[in-house]
Structures are given as C-alpha cells and as structure tokens.
Design a protein around this ligand. Structure first.
Ligand SMILES: *Cc1c(COP(=O)(O)O)cnc(C)c1O
Length: 715
C-alpha cells in the first residue's frame, strides 16, 4: 500500500466514525452533479431509502430533502451505510483535489485560458428534464468531460420553469403533452445573488442567475420568471423551444445578451466564447458592442470577436437554422447595438448569406458563422455538408475554400456505461473512467473472455427487459386496460430474444417507421419463434411537429397490430433513463435516418460501451466508425431518384441484413450455446467505437483546434 492510500484510508476511517460529518458532507455532495456520472457517488443515497430513491428520480438532492429524519438517523447508525457514504465522500474529494489532465498537458506559464460555453439546453440527469434531445445530451456530456479533464470552462444556459414535456399516449395513439412545473428549491441549484436587467426590444427583463455545480465546471442558468416582470417576459424561460418566432427571438436575446452580461457580473472573464449551435449567437454581438463602446473601431471589434469565438453548427435541417425578420432582430437588439453605433441593419446583414439583400431573412447560423473564425460541423460527413451549405457566406463556390471543419461528437463514457459493464471492463481490460482522451484500455479487448462477455450481455438484456415490462405494465394500468392486459405486459418479451432498440426524437428525417415499410416481411421476421427477435421503440416528437407526432401515433398503432403485439413495443416518455437502459441492454441499435440529415447522432455510440452492435444507414458518425467488422451498414450503391424510392431501397437492404446476416449470427450457437460470430462482432464494436467516439477525445480536440488558438487573442 502506498503512503497516499494509507492516508486516504485513515481519513476515510475517521469519517466512518463520525456520523455528523457524514451527514454534513453528503449534503454538499448532493449539490454537485458529479454524482450524475459517478455511480459511487449515488450509492449511499440509493441505500438510504430505496423506495424514495425511485420516487425522486434518483436525485440525491431531492432525496435528502424528503427523507424521513428517523430513517436517516437509523441509517447513520449502521456502520455499513457509513462505510458506503465515506467511500462516496472521499471519491468526490479525490476528484476535486487530483492533478487534472489539463494541468498535465498545459505548459506552466502558458497564456491563461477561460472558456465560456453557451447552449440553449443541457441534458444532465433524468431528474432535471431541461432538454429536448441530442443537442442537450451533447452539451451535458461536454461539460462532464470538461470537468473530468480539468478544462477552465464555465457554461451558460437558461433554466426552464416547465422544462420539456412529459409524453403519454392516449388510447388512440395521440400524444398527451404534459408540462410539469418545477420548484427550483427542489433542484440542486444555488442562487448566485446576481440579478441583471437584460435589454430586449425597448424594455428590460429582470433576470436571476442560478448556478449548478458540474464537478469542476459551473453551469450558470438564467431565469426570467421573476415577480416584477411582465407575464410575457416571465414566460420567456417557461419551456424549451415553445412559442412563436417573436418569443424564440427574445429568448435568444436572453441567452446571448443576458448570458454575456451575467458572466460580466459574475466576474468571469472568458478569453474564448463557444457558441454551441446558433441559438446563442447574440452573445458574440453583445461582446462586439462592448468592445466598440470600450473604444475599438467597428472592424477591430468584429475581428477581435471573430478571433476569439468558436462556433459549432449541429444540423442541416432547415428548422434548426432559424431565420428571423430583419426589422425584428434590429428592434430586439436596439439597446445593445445602438449605443455601439451598429446601425443600418448591421447585425441583420451579418446574418445574411448575401449582405444587403433585404429579401433574405437573417439566419442565426449565418450570424454565428460571420462572428466566429473557428467553425465546425459534428462529423466528417456533416463537415462536408456544412461547407457546401454555407459556401455563399464565404463568397466562394469552391468548398475547399470554406473554412468549416469538423469535430465528431462523442458521448461521456461514465454517464452512459452501466455500472455492471463498468465493473466488467475494469476487471477485463483495466478500464478507468478518468483515463483521459487516449484511454488505452480498449485496445485490450481481444483478451476479453468471450463466455464472460456473453454472460454480461445476457445480464444487461435481462435487466433491460425487466425494466421494460415494468414500464409497460404501468402504461397499461394508467390507461385503464383490463387486468389481463396489465398482467400480460408483465410477461411480454423474452429474456433471450435478439433485442433491437430504436429510441430517438421522432423527427421525420429519422424515419422511425422505416422498419414497418413492408409489414408482411417484418411480421415474418418477428413472428419466427425458432429465431426470436423483438423490438423496443421510444421517442418524442416536438409538440408542434405534426409530422413527428404522426410518426409516434403510427408506431403506437402498429404495436397493437396482432402480428406485432408483444414483439414490438413502444415506451412512453423517452428520456435519459430510458436512453441509458435501452442502449445498455439492446443487442442491436437501429438507426435509419435519411442521409445526410443525421449530422452526427450519438445514441449509437452508447451500445458499444456494453458490447451492443449498430445497424445503421451510412450517415453521421457511423460513416467514420463502420469497418465491416463492427456492425452492419444499411444501404445499397444504387442512388435513388426520390425519397420514396430511397425509403424503399433502404428498407429492402435493412430486411436483407436482418434476415441473412444479423439474425443468423445471433442465433448460430456453438456447443456451449455461445453465438461465436455475434460475440466477435460485438467485441469489435466495443474495441472500435468507445476509444474514439467519446467526449474526452472530443473536448481535447476542441481545446487544441479551437479554444487554445482562439484564446491567444485576449478578450
Ligand atoms: C443519446 C441521446 C440522444 C441523442 O441521440 P441521437 O442519436 O441524436 O438520437 C437523445 N436523447 C436521449 C435521451 C439520449 O440518451
């Protein structure tokens, strides 16, 4: 035992003997979202009151607020509880005191770097439904890796009173949209004490700034729901992406201008601004106005802002590249731009592909492109697509001249890897959650024992299925279905069947219904009891997206078709918990977007952390990951003339793969009942995907390509 370990052990022993200190320290631990990506940090809370733990959606903070004091006291009197608590507390302490990757990789005396990261949504944990989908998941994972690596980063966002909606299906398959109302006192937030008046149009909106601790990274969240504000202004932070264009525009002023001013009042002096998606582009406008008022010329100010801003564009889908009326933008920003002399449609023109073309409605993406020197798409293919899409902004037809590059998205390994898988990889290949961007453990996959691996897979699938059955029974009971059906839900699905997962936002380009393209063919696939196959769906559509809502309804109805009933199921309310459980337990992860609209996608990066396998259209991140041995790629070489033909070709290719490759591989067993071929592919998946498609690698790329060079220009 090293001296350091000995010292750690004795500190822990002292804690174990001190229930009062444990109580005190668990309280501060519950306010650091570090627990959302470190299972050791959640363990004492889960143990404290297991039933309440589920009821509070696994929030340590909420649990401590609600736990019966007698229950807590009696737990504290148990040495075994104090031991688990002390382990969590010391792990948390070690996390904050250890030398970070960033420190180890930064020259002493290097120019100070301070990154301000702006995003309109953050997905951190299921107890905080402040996100709609992939953008939020990516932002949450970015912060977790920034904290793990020790980057000097602060984050800015909005705190939504109602978050994103909770989804329930009515009997006819339509969606009931439920907006919960959050009590911010029941969330792990600190009031920073900072209040500001955010100028929007000709008025100001009073804003409160909250802070949430993401390990080493502070996340500042703006809240406009204050008593002195007009009702409409209070509603600006009511819920995600709700409201008409005017409201969205004002909300983006709040995020960009309000967020930038909040940093000033918090005495944060960022040397770099990272705009994660165009929603926050007004932060760069606010910074430019500040520089002009400080005495710089307009051109110098703009150049300074450009040089110190990083912008990530996230989607080629038009709805994700919002345009607003030029006059409305000018009016909304007047109090910011007028005093800086940014007159005559200055900002509107920065948002145009053709400056001066009054017919063109300014676009937030273009504005961000014009105010950021370092711009990236989120996969190699999306980099290509973006260069082509935005070449006009750079005044060229030659895509090679367009200075947009790519940094492929990743997932935060510790957040998405199930604890049983983490234990397995630790034992088998020496996995370490703080291994940094070049985590070498994945190269050791060939040494993994196939039989032990198959046991892990079976255990993960069983765990998932018992969760799915529980959820189906709850759904069934809530709808008042007959007791027979409720009981049946509890018995549906098989523990040993090839389990296929499809969970994502039901945006139409994702083609969630492609699997149902040929109902007879699908029926023969899932109806073959010699080679059992089952499918689990989950997904939400934006409440205002009628096409997406129709997709949800169609899948809902098809699940009740007698041919699919009990073999294809749909879970309500896709969220982080469902995402985590499905991606850990499913054998096969299906992804069928219409190429090239899935800019990256990240859900498919999660199953390989558990030896799950992808079957995907060649789109987004998968283009870079596929290697013929680690999964299956849908699609033929034939180019289609139109969308219908494309759907037809892709569906046929998908069925062929299922019938001739995937299902036989899963069900071809050796004398020990092991699917040798399947295991080989699964281990290839684990060997090739997590090593690169993780946010430690991604954040390290942002650091070297974006943050460090951009920071050399002092703010
Ligand atoms: C991973 C994840 C996403 C992002 O996945 P996509 O591949 O972009 O669909 C979205 N929502 C949840 C809940 C997730 O876990």
């Amino acid at each position: 035992m090293t001296e350091q370990n000995a010292a750690g052990d004795s500190a822990r022993q002292k804690l174990i003997d001190d229930p009062r200190a444990i109580r005190h320290r668990l309280k501060s631990l519950s306010k650091d979202l570090w627990w959302s990506w470190n299972e050791i940090g959640r363990r004492p809370f889960a143990m404290l009151d297991p039933e309440l733990w589920e009821a509070v959606r696994y929030s340590p903070f909420r649990l401590l607020q609600k736990v019966d004091p007698n229950v807590y006291n009696s737990r504290l009197s148990e040495p075994s509880f104090r031991e688990v608590a002390a382990r969590a507390i010391t792990a948390h302490q070690d996390y904050h005191s250890r030398r970070t990757w960033y420190e180890a990789n930064t020259e002493p005396g290097a120019d100070p770097l301070r990154i301000a990261y702006f995003c309109s949504e953050y997905a951190i944990h299921e107890s905080l439904p402040q996100y709609a989908g992939g953008l939020g998941v990516l932002a949450g994972d970015h912060l977790k890796s920034a904290s793990d690596l020790g980057l000097p980063l602060v984050a800015v966002g909005l705190l939504y009173q109602h978050g994103y909606y909770k989804q329930e299906f009515r009997d006819d398959g339509t969606t009931r949209v439920i907006y919960p109302s959050f009590d911010f006192d029941s969330m792990p937030l600190d009031d920073t004490g900072v209040r500001l008046d955010c100028p929007i149009g000709d008025r100001t909106v009073r804003v409160r700034v909250w802070a949430m601790s993401m390990g080493r990274v502070p996340l500042y969240l703006l809240d406009a729901n204050l008593p002195g504000n007009r009702v409409e202004d209070r509603a600006l932070t009511a819920s995600l992406y709700q409201g008409d264009d005017d409201i969205r525009l004002q909300r983006q002023v709040l995020l960009g201008v309000g967020g930038f001013r909040a940093l000033r009042l918090l005495e944060e002096v960022p040397t770099v601004i990272h705009l994660n998606e165009g929603h926050a582009a007004f932060a760069a406008v606010a910074k430019m106005a500040e520089l002009v008022r400080g005495g710089l010329s307009m051109d110098d100010a703009r150049e300074r802002v450009r040089a110190s801003t990083v912008f990530t564009t996230h989607t080629p889908v038009p709805a994700g590249n919002q345009r607003y009326d030029a006059g409305k933008i000018e009016a909304a920003l007047a109090q910011v731009t007028e005093p800086a002399g940014m007159h005559n449609g200055y900002v509107a023109n920065l948002g145009r592909e053709e400056p001066g073309n009054e017919k063109e409605a300014p676009c937030m993406t273009v504005l961000a492109l014009n105010l950021a020197e370092r711009v990236n798409g989120v996969s190699k293919l999306h980099g290509d697509v973006s260069r082509n899409m935005w070449k006009k902004v750079y005044g060229t037809e030659d895509v090679d001249q367009v200075p947009i590059k790519h940094i492929t998205n990743g997932v935060h390994t510790g957040t998405w890897m199930a604890p049983v898988a983490e234990r397995f990889w630790s034992e088998q290949i020496g996995y370490d959650s703080l291994g940094g961007p070049d985590n070498p453990c994945w190269a050791k996959i060939p040494t993994v024992d196939p039989e032990a691996f198959w046991q892990l897979r079976n255990a993960l699938r069983r765990r998932l299925l018992s969760f799915v059955r529980r959820r189906l029974a709850i759904q069934s009971r809530r709808r008042g279905e007959s007791p027979d059906r409720v009981v049946r839900s509890r018995r549906m699905l098989r523990d040993d069947a090839l389990t296929i997962g499809f969970a994502r936002r039901f945006a139409t380009y994702k083609r969630a219904t492609l699997l149902f393209h040929d109902l007879d063919r699908l029926a023969s696939i899932v109806g073959n009891d010699d080679l059992p196959v089952q499918v689990i769906f989950a997904g939400k559509a934006h409440p205002a997206d009628e096409g997406g809502q129709a997709v949800a309804q169609e899948i809902h109805d098809l699940c009740r078709d007698p041919r699919f009933d009990g073999r294809i199921v749909l879970l309500e309310n896709y969220d982080i918990e469902i995402g985590r459980r499905l991606t850990s337990g499913c054998d096969l992860w299906l992804n069928t977007p219409r190429r090239p609209f899935e800019a990256s996608g990240t859900s498919g990066m999660k199953p390989p952390l558990h030896g799950g396998i992808n079957c995907s259209i060649s789109d987004g991140w998968w283009v870079e990951a596929e290697n013929n041995q680690n999964g299956w790629t849908i699609g033929s070489d034939r180019a289609a003339d139109n969308e219908d033909e494309q759907d037809h070709l892709d569906a046929a290719s998908m069925y062929d793969l299922l019938e001739h490759k995937i299902i036989p591989s899963f069900w071809d067993r050796n004398d020990d009942d092991l699917p040798e071929e399947w295991i080989k592919t699964a281990l290839q998946s684990a060997a090739s995907v997590p090593a690169w498609f993780n946010t430690d690698r991604m954040v390290a790329e942002y650091l070297e390509w974006g943050y460090r060079p951009a920071s050399l220009i002092q703010a």
